[in-house]
Write a protein that binds this ligand. Structure first.
Ligand SMILES: Nc1ncnc2c1ncn2[C@@H]1O[C@H](COP(=O)(O)OP(=O)(O)O)[C@@H](O)[C@H]1O
Ligand SMILES: [Mg+2]
Ligand SMILES: [Zn+2]
Length: 296
């Protein structure tokens, strides 16, 4: 039987034994002063003795505790980063717009045109008031011709919300929504209802380039119209923000593309504070020479 716990031993002997046992095993970065083990590095104790001297045990010194804390923080940060990445992957922003930031995008926008500059300022206001916009279900509507920087702007906005607020964002288009719904018909593991619920559950749903699809054909509502009505209506009821970009104004969507007036009304109501026509040069057709911001 271990002598240490031999009950014929006196109390003090037992304490001495325990201490002796601990003092035997000291590491290179430790030294002993008055029967106490200290860390050479931070000079705090690596041994703890209870006031009644019954417990003699090893503990972490200050620098070891700090190291452990740092490791734990790093682990947490890794988790946060992984979560951000997951949100970003799920946002479907795609490679081109994955790393677009509002800040960098605005630097360029400021020099391209007044309305693009105003749009970026609006987007900054939008993200800086995200908590309140989310609560009130406020979205945005940016429209203008091809290549003026609508998608780029909105990508920066989405990335900001994901990085700063871990917002559940989906960047999609009417075409993609229809495709996903159609795909659910052939997928036994996914129902249309599930797809629909997913769209409604998102913090921010962005529908890029609305109006590419017709909303009426020979006087009849198209599939695009039906699905848009369902999704916009459900998000409106749930006070969930929806953001849109388009080549057309809302009025044009109604008058020329047959967008349902009630849906247009909902969109207008929720995005009127952040609606803007962007007038800018077509960045897409600029030559590399003209893209001064790409040169260091
Ligand atoms: N602020 C900006 N800074 C840098 N590049 C931009 C900016 N805005 C747009 N671009 C680039 O210009 C091109 C057209 O912009 P995009 O957002 O796709 O236009 P739109 O959606 O209006 O058709 C894209 O290649 C985009 O990355
Ligand atoms: Mg676009
Ligand atoms: Zn130490």
């Amino acid at each position: 039987m271990d002598k240490l716990y031999n009950n014929t031993m006196k109390y003090d002997d037992l304490y001495d034994k325990k201490l002796e046992q601990q003092l035997k095993f000291i590491n290179k970065d430790e030294h002993i002063v008055d029967n106490m083990i200290y860390c050479k590095n931070c000079d705090t104790q690596r041994l703890w003795i209870s006031p009644n001297k019954q417990i003699v045990t090893r503990v972490l010194c200050e620098c070891q505790s700090e190291e452990l804390e740092r490791e734990e923080i790093d682990k947490e940060l890794e988790k946060v980063k992984a979560y951000s990445k997951l949100l970003k992957d799920r946002s479907k922003l795609g490679k081109r717009f994955y790393n677009v930031t509002l800040g960098k995008s605005k630097e360029t926008a400021d020099k391209l045109s007044d309305s693009l500059k105003t749009a970026h300022e609006g987007a900054e206001t939008y993200v800086n008031n995200w908590d309140s916009n989310l609560k009130q279900g406020k979205g945005f509507y940016y429209w203008g011709e091809n290549g003026v920087g609508k998608t780029h702007l909105v990508a920066g906005l989405c990335n900001f919300l994901i990085d700063k607020y871990y917002a559940k964002v989906l960047f999609t288009s009417t075409g993609d929504i229809l495709k996903e719904i159609r795909a659910s018909f052939d997928n036994p593991n996914k129902t249309e209802q599930q797809v629909f619920n997913f769209y409604v559950s998102l913090d921010l749903l962005v529908i890029d380039d609305i109006g590419k699809q017709r909303f009426k054909l020979k006087g009849e509502d198209t599939h695009a119209q039906e699905k848009l009505i369902e999704i916009v209506e459900a998000r409106y009821k749930d006070k969930k923000p929806t953001g849109l970009t388009s080549n057309h104004s809302l009025r044009q969507l109604v008058d020329e593309k047959g967008l349902d007036k009630a849906v247009a009304g909902r969109i207008y109501e929720c995005s009127k504070d952040f609606t803007l026509e962007i007038k800018s040069p077509n960045i897409r057709i600029m030559t590399d020479e003209e893209k001064w911001w790409q040169k260091d």
